[in-house]
Write a protein that binds this ligand. Structure first.
Ligand SMILES: [Zn+2]
Length: 311
């Protein structure tokens, strides 16, 4: 499919025009993009054999993107605001990657199917997204939750699940990985995605505030793997403006999907340290303080790092 076209989910008029213009494809109607749409500039077809782990917030390497290239990723869906996110992406002919919570996929399979039908990539984000994170579960319990998520996501997306997940991208809740789980995923040829930057949309920001936060961070990093949450109404509300701003500021969208190309990786700059490890340590220390009867601090929302802390 041309990268500069969109699939079903377009407004009714576009659907009708596409219907009149030619036969419908399996995924529905295709309509041409508006000439000034942001679109997708290129697609990376990533070979996940042997696994890899990318995203500078957590790992000392990331995808070797060019200047002002952005990979859009959304976590924790499908959820109420997800269809609004999909509408915004369709309006700009942009493709993204959705890291699904398995129990949400089980509850809203039609939304997952729409993500797939519209050319987005779906990856996994555990079944239950426990607030304690995978790191606080036993290894066996963590593996069970991850596997249950694989099966629920695949059933929602494709109607069936095999012993191995069809889709081989994964992101840990709260970026709280463990060496044992990382090795287990790598042996199953599953790639682990962290993030290079995020919107801090686990905090209750207004859409305009969130937009300014994301844009200032993107200007600082000159692009990268961006973490957003399609479970957040504020993010869905600001997304049309974000995509317009990305276009006007010369950012380009890179879509990622599984494929046969060796993943283009680049190492972190000298002096790199993991930001998420510091945040996780703060959260665990705060919880330990609560258990010992000290003054409780607000818990991080939904098991994500950075609750209260400004990343
Ligand atoms: Zn999450």
């Amino acid at each position: 499919m041309s990268q500069n076209r969109r699939l079903s989910g377009a407004p009714a008029v576009a659907f009708l025009l596409a219907f009149l213009a030619g036969p419908l494809g399996a995924a529905g109607a295709e309509a041409p993009c508006p000439p000034d749409a942001l679109g997708v500039s290129r697609t990376l077809k990533l070979d996940t054999r042997g696994g890899f782990a990318v995203g500078l917030k957590t790992y000392p390497r990331t995808l070797a993107l060019g200047d002002h290239e952005v990979v859009l990723t959304f976590d924790d869906g499908p959820s109420g605001p997800t269809t609004k996110v999909l509408d915004a992406l369709a309006a700009e002919c942009v493709k993204a990657t959705f890291f699904l919570i398995g129990r949400n996929a089980q509850a809203l399979p039609e939304v997952v199917r729409r993500e797939v039908a519209e050319g987005h990539t779906v990856g996994h984000h555990t079944f239950s997204h426990p607030a304690a994170t995978m790191r606080r579960l036993s290894e066996a319990a963590a593996k069970e939750d991850i596997d249950k998520g694989f099966a629920a996501d695949d059933r929602a997306a494709y109607g069936a699940a095999g012993s191995e997940p069809r889709m081989r991208f994964f992101r840990f809740p709260g970026f709280a990985d463990t060496p044992a789980l990382n090795a287990w995923l790598a042996a199953r040829n599953i790639a682990i995605f962290g993030a290079d930057l995020w919107a801090s949309d686990w905090l209750p920001l207004s859409p305009s505030h969130e937009l300014s936060v994301v844009l200032s961070r993107l200007e600082a990093t000159k692009g990268g793997i961006l973490l957003l949450h399609d479970s957040k109404a504020q993010t869905a509300a600001m997304l049309p403006d974000l995509l317009r701003e990305l276009k006007q500021r010369g950012f380009r969208i890179v879509h990622i999907e599984p494929g046969d190309d060796p993943p283009p990786l680049r190492p972190a700059p000298a002096g790199w340290t993991s930001e998420t490890e510091k945040i996780i340590a703060q959260i665990f220390a705060r919880e330990a303080g609560q258990k010992s009867g000290q003054t409780p601090a607000p818990a991080p929302p939904e098991g994500h790092p950075g609750g209260g802390a400004k990343p």
